[in-house]
Ligand binder design. Structure first.
Ligand SMILES: Cc1cc2nc3c(=O)[nH]c(=O)nc-3n(C[C@H](O)[C@H](O)[C@H](O)COP(=O)(O)O)c2cc1C
Length: 348
């Protein structure tokens, strides 16, 4: 198993964990488009602990051969359960697992009301206990443990740097910071300076997250904060090309910097043409996405495709008609017919 540093050195632009979005089909497409690493959506450690072999939590752990290794994110608030389930994951997934990430940033009430997700930012001691317990359970097997958290619970209790240092001392191998408070959910701005501050105060790699919607956002996150990596979440929805574009821009920036260290990212960005998909390429990606869903989860799971299809068509003329029609698709045939009809409409 590689270290987190190795993954970051190879390619620092990663697909962020996203509940309800990151299944094996979507992750494969992002990996193919150039994501350095992908994450599962958050999986409940308690769900795994109390489950039969075939429940929802286990479905979330279905990995495809084309995408491994994948980082698995777990959440919970019980150090013993989290440690034992992390060990099971390491044993079951072997080399298909990149490392274990612990969610300490989820803002959703049904999660934080149980003391899980971002509620852990209000209980640093428990958060440290969780990291230490997981490290003890899996460290001997050569698996790294990382954590992803927010700027803090709310503005009055901002504790990003202290929390990061606590997790580092507990044994975390890398830290992802989303620059919003829990109280913001996804509103307002994700503050980059807080990511830079964490980077200055810990020795382990730091990955920046928040408001990365374009290739420019991804590369400027690295440049402005000094972070070792960047995660893309909403910017990848319906847009796996963001990974191709970010890699192109990062490569152009690094090349230009070698020639002229004073060149700015803005200048390089203006002079660089990035891969931009045509609407037909978007449709091809949509078809391929649906095929992968069918392959990994069966034809009945095509309903999963609805939201992705809407994202793929965002901004295209006539997208509102497509959005309406997509809700009635239940088979690959329906989807193909709808895409063909939309193609005919756009090519007129
Ligand atoms: C639909 C959705 C689901 C998410 N699920 C998770 C999750 O399971 N685990 C996690 O750590 N963060 C999750 N996040 C947060 C993202 O990983 C990311 O930190 C956040 O969206 C900020 O990045 P962005 O502004 O570039 O989208 C989710 C975000 C969205 C939009």
């Amino acid at each position: 198993m590689s270290s987190v540093e190795t993954y970051l050195k190879e390619n620092p632009i990663w697909l962020a964990p996203m509940a309800g979005v990151n299944d094996a089909a979507f992750r494969v497409l992002c990996k193919e488009a150039g994501a350095g690493l992908t994450f599962t959506e958050m999986v409940s450690a308690k769900g795994l602990h109390y489950s039969s072999s075939n429940n929802n939590s286990r479905m979330l752990l279905k990995l495809a051969p084309e995408e491994v290794p994948v980082a698995v994110q777990i959440f919970g608030a019980d150090p013993t359960i989290m440690a034992s389930q992390a060990r099971v994951l390491v044993e079951q997934l072997g080399n298909n697992l990149a490392f274990i990430d612990v969610n300490m940033g989820c803002p959703v009430p049904k999660v934080v009301n149980k003391g899980e997700g971002s509620a852990l930012m209000r209980s640093s001691e428990l958060a440290a206990e969780i990291i230490a317990a997981i490290v003890e359970a899996v460290g001997g097997l050569g698996t790294c443990v990382t954590a992803k958290f927010r700027r803090g619970w709310d503005e009055e209790s901002e504790n990003t740097v202290a929390f990061a240092q606590t997790l580092e001392a507990a044994g975390a191998s890398a830290l992802t910071v989303h620059g919003r408070f829990r109280s913001q959910f996804y509103r307002g701005v994700s503050e980059r300076s807080v990511i830079a501050r964490v980077k200055e105060h810990v020795a382990v790699p730091v990955i920046g997250s928040g408001d990365v919607l374009t290739a420019y956002d991804a590369v400027s996150m690295l440049v402005e904060t000094g972070a070792d990596g960047v995660m893309i979440a909403r910017g990848a929805q319906g847009n796996p090309w963001i990974f191709t574009q970010s890699a192109e821009l990062l490569s152009a920036y690094r090349t230009e910097q070698k020639l002229n260290p004073t060149v700015t990212l803005e200048e390089v960005s203006r002079a660089t043409t990035l891969t931009t998909p045509t609407y037909r390429e978007r449709f091809d990606m949509m078809r391929r996405h649906a095929q992968l869903i069918e392959r990994y989860f069966g034809g009945k799971s095509l309903v999963r495709m609805r939201k992705h299809a809407i994202w793929y068509c965002a901004g295209l003329p006539g997208a509102s008609f497509f959005r309406h029609e997509i809700n009635s698709i239940s088979s690959m045939e329906d989807l193909t017919k709808l895409i063909d009809a939309y193609d005919t409409y756009l090519s007129r």
